[in-house]
Design a binder for this molecule. Structure first.
Ligand SMILES: Cc1cc2nc3c(=O)[nH]c(=O)nc-3n(C[C@H](O)[C@H](O)[C@H](O)COP(=O)(O)O)c2cc1C
Length: 351
């Protein structure tokens, strides 16, 4: 509401985004005001891009965007596990459709980096997925700063998590071809599932190494129910509810995946860490594990703007200290004369 009032955005910026000078970075040749972004699913239709910029996010993934509008039929399709800072999302992707989203992105004023997270409509058969991704990619191309191809659609019984090379290449190849004919370069990332086996994570990394794919978002929600502290009875009933679990139960798996991709790709590709990040220390752990950027969903849902502010300032302080430590460890600049090679004249006098 505040963001729609005159001066509302300025107030939000003043209240929640105090100066933080150590966060800015360049990735994919783009300037990110902070490595902390908002994960897909929060601003599904790109209606609040300027607001999230004012709240200090360094980037935002709008979506998932589907070609046609798509809405949940059920009202109760979302469960909170407050004790665990976890959420269970049992609804299909909510999207107003690509045309509406383009209108919204066009209306933004801020220069925050906007990723477009694209996914097929739920009722589109898997064999038609490549056509749908291209149908989204083309019209969005000039409005997105980067793309995330969502390969982790697992919030309903109708799970779509392609994990075979041929299936994934059938989606990516037309996107690469389209991009080749454009003047502007838009990075393309894959959003993968945390439920992939280690071999499948290696396969995703190899696709990144072998093709013009630019990076990975690791990862989406899990169909597992581990890491929740609920009673056996509650868990038994929950076991029958389909859906993707997000929040702290994901953190360890996210870290494992980041380390695995980082090691296999020898740190040469940007990785966006997503899943179970709730504190500034979590952000630093992900960056230390090899992530370039991070995204939050559940923590922002529970902690709101205050939590975002604290995480942002906490990361800024840790990066400031790290920079100072590195500066201290640099060898003292030597006085030039002390190390300068003696001139031939000097050598001659010495001799
Ligand atoms: C209610 C809800 C809706 C979501 N919708 C999407 C979506 O449309 N597309 C997507 O790629 N991820 C979606 N996600 C997954 C998040 O982007 C993120 O990957 C996941 O929540 C893990 O991050 P977290 O532990 O910080 O919540 C959704 C998550 C939730 C809880």
């Amino acid at each position: 509401m505040l963001s729609r009032m005159p001066l509302g955005l300025s107030y939000l910026r003043y209240r929640y985004t105090p100066e933080a000078n150590y966060l800015e970075q360049e990735t994919f040749g783009m300037r990110f005001s902070s490595p902390i972004g908002l994960a897909a699913g929060f601003d599904c239709n790109g209606e609040m891009i300027d607001t999230f910029d004012a709240l200090g996010f360094g980037f935002i993934e709008v979506g998932s965007i589907t070609p046609k509008p798509q809405h949940s039929k059920h009202s109760t399709s979302f469960y909170e596990f407050k004790g665990n800072h976890a959420l269970l999302n049992s609804s299909p992707i909510e999207s107003a459709g690509v045309e509406k989203v383009i209108e919204n992105i066009k209306a933004r004023h801020s220069r925050i980096v906007v990723g477009c997270n694209i996914a097929k409509n739920a009722n589109t058969p898997a064999e038609d997925a490549p056509k749908e991704y291209l149908r989204l990619f083309r019209p969005l191309y000039q409005y997105a700063d980067f793309f995330t191809v969502n390969l982790c659609c697992n919030s309903t019984d109708d799970i779509y998590v392609p994990a075979e090379r041929d299936e994934i290449m059938a989606i990516l190849t037309p996107l690469f071809e389209f991009r080749r004919g454009q003047n502007q370069y838009r990075p393309i990332l894959l959003k993968i599932s945390p439920d992939l086996s280690d071999e499948q994570v290696d396969l995703m990394t190899d696709i990144m190494l072998d093709t013009p794919l630019d990076g990975v978002v690791a990862a989406g929600g899990t169909i597992g129910r581990h890491g929740l502290e609920n009673s056996k009875k509650e868990m038994h009933s929950l076991g029958r509810i389909p859906g993707a679990l997000s929040g702290t139960p994901l953190k360890e798996r996210t870290l494992q995946i980041i380390r695995q991709i980082h090691a296999r790709s020898k740190g040469t590709y940007p990785i966006i860490a997503c899943g179970g990040i709730t504190t500034a220390d979590d952000v630093m752990e992900m960056l230390d594990a090899g992530a370039t950027l991070v995204e939050l969903y559940s923590e922002y849902y529970y902690g709101g703007n205050k939590s975002m502010r604290n995480i942002r300032l906490g990361v800024n302080e840790r990066l400031r200290k790290a920079q100072q430590t590195t500066a201290k460890q640099q060898p003292e600049p030597q006085h030039e004369e002390a190390h300068a090679e003696p001139s031939s004249e000097e050598k001659a006098t010495q001799n």
